[in-house]
Ligand binder design. Structure first.
Ligand SMILES: Cc1cc2nc3c(=O)[nH]c(=O)nc-3n(C[C@H](O)[C@H](O)[C@H](O)COP(=O)(O)OP(=O)(O)OC[C@H]3O[C@@H](n4cnc5c(N)ncnc54)[C@H](O)[C@@H]3O)c2cc1C
Length: 408
């Protein structure tokens, strides 16, 4: 029997769409299966829009030990932790803490950096062939620090990344303001790391734009409203059943279902170390002094990104929060922190849209890209950087599925 497709890709977020591209351009018949009504409506929808190819620093770092009491007690308003005695929470939490050593932080950051640089190369190659309009630009980025101790640690990471060809430099407050005049509003700034090559772009527009190309020019089939409930190997094929009793078959399967991969894979008997870390964003018209570059406020843990005539602000990290519904109090908090950080960046009285999404985070802060069965690949756990890492992850997973004996 012939399968309906060579490869079924589950999930049409940035990771699934990028994976569909990597497979389709290699001549595979791809079937994209998505529960929602369209592409890019999950965690990829209104994220911080950063293509953060240079700043791949892992979440678990030695600084975590100092920050932990404030995070657990709620004194650090950017974080919330919902403690639990569930084995998954405890196991994930311990693994996360084990990664907060100097050596592992460095190793995890550099492993993600390699994938980010592959992603940049893959994105450049895609856009050279198919110029997709997603408000993409080389925006440059400033990570603003308020802690006088930050400089030596930041310089260590700048030096660690230099051999990879990453351009970053430490700027004094005066230099930072000269580079990005909107930072005049950043009161108490101790300095900033400037990454001139960082990019930005709207992830939802990317998903819709690339899907159009895939359908028109590469014969990719997409089925929306397909909520995969059961996947079984039947001979040489995967048989995939959705919630309505519909079913399709494919020779191979790539799971790119974001945070929902955890429950989906559990149903298939596969454990995955994913934790939901909920974040928020809002989009508003530019204010009196909007930044041209992207800006990360490292104290308040939020990012500002210019998308055309609008500013997108994203932040907050609510760990072990699995419900994607926005909490109005947390959203109000994000707006208040942004207005405190850069009062004139956006018109905070005219917020046009707001949103919450669940980051699928691993203890290492790097994604899980591996084979997990006969013709089954996982492309999950992209955490804080899924938009950045999607293109490189798609390439690696396509190679894993099609050339399993070749090292990625
Ligand atoms: C506030 C916030 C800001 C962020 N900012 C950035 C940033 O600036 N830069 C960056 O690189 N990253 C950022 N991220 C992270 C990034 O958004 C995620 O890592 C990325 O979107 C994950 O993509 P994904 O395709 O894996 O997941 P998703 O976008 O969630 O896609 C998974 C898809 O699978 C579908 N699905 C799930 N289960 C099933 C099923 N059973 N059957 C069929 N379909 C299913 C879902 O409907 C969904 O559409 C941010 C995240 C948040 C929350």
């Amino acid at each position: 029997m012939h399968a309906d497709a060579d490869v079924a890709v589950i999930g049409a977020g940035v990771v699934g769409i990028a994976t569909a591209w990597a497979l389709a351009r290699r001549g595979q018949r791809v079937l994209l299966l998505e529960r929602a009504a369209g592409p890019g409506l999950g965690t990829s929808f209104a994220n911080g829009a950063q293509l953060s190819y240079a700043y791949t620093d892992a979440m678990a770092s030695p600084a975590l030990w100092k920050q932990l009491p404030a995070m657990l007690s709620g004194r650090d308003a950017a974080f919330r932790v919902r403690p639990s005695l569930a084995p998954h929470f405890l196991g994930w939490g311990l693994a996360f803490l084990r990664n907060a050593t100097t050596a592992r932080y460095r190793r995890n950051t550099l492993a993600t950096l390699e994938l980010a640089l592959e992603s940049k190369a893959a994105m450049d190659a895609l856009l050279a062939r198919h110029p997709i309009d997603f408000q993409h630009r080389v925006a440059g980025k400033l990570h603003v620090y308020y802690d006088a101790d930050a400089q030596p640690k930041a310089r260590t990471m700048i030096e660690a990344k230099r051999p990879f060809g990453v351009r970053q430099e430490w700027l004094s407050p005066e230099q930072a303001i000269a580079m990005e005049p909107a930072l005049v509003g950043a009161r108490g700034m101790a300095g900033a790391v400037y990454s001139p090559d960082e990019e930005a772009g709207d992830p939802w527009r990317f998903c819709t734009g690339l899907l159009e190309v895939l359908q028109a020019e590469y014969g990719v089939q997409a089925r929306f409203g397909f909520d995969l409930r059961d996947a079984r190997r039947e001979g040489a094929h995967w048989r995939l059943h959705d919630a309505n009793g519909d079913s399709v078959s494919a020779a191979r399967l790539a799971v790119c279902a974001g945070i929902d991969s955890h429950a989906l894979l559990r149903g298939m008997g596969i454990a995955s170390p994913l934790m939901a870390v909920k974040g928020y964003s809002f989009t508003a018209p530019c204010g009196a002094n909007p930044p041209a570059a992207s800006i990360t406020d490292t104290a308040r843990k939020l990012v500002f990104c210019r998308l055309g005539e609008r500013i997108r602000v994203a932040g907050l990290a609510d760990l072990n929060h699995w419900d994607p519904q926005p909490d109005p109090a947390r959203l109000a908090h994000l707006v208040a922190m942004a207005a405190e950080s850069l009062p004139d960046a956006a018109d905070y009285s005219l917020i046009e849209s707001h949103w919450a999404g669940l980051r699928p985070v691993t203890p290492q802060s790097s994604p899980i890209l591996r084979l997990a069965g006969d013709g089954l690949a996982l492309n999950i756990g992209h955490g804080m950087l899924g938009w950045t890492l999607a293109m490189g992850s798609g390439e690696r997973v396509a190679r894993l599925l099609l050339e399993p004996s070749r090292p990625t």
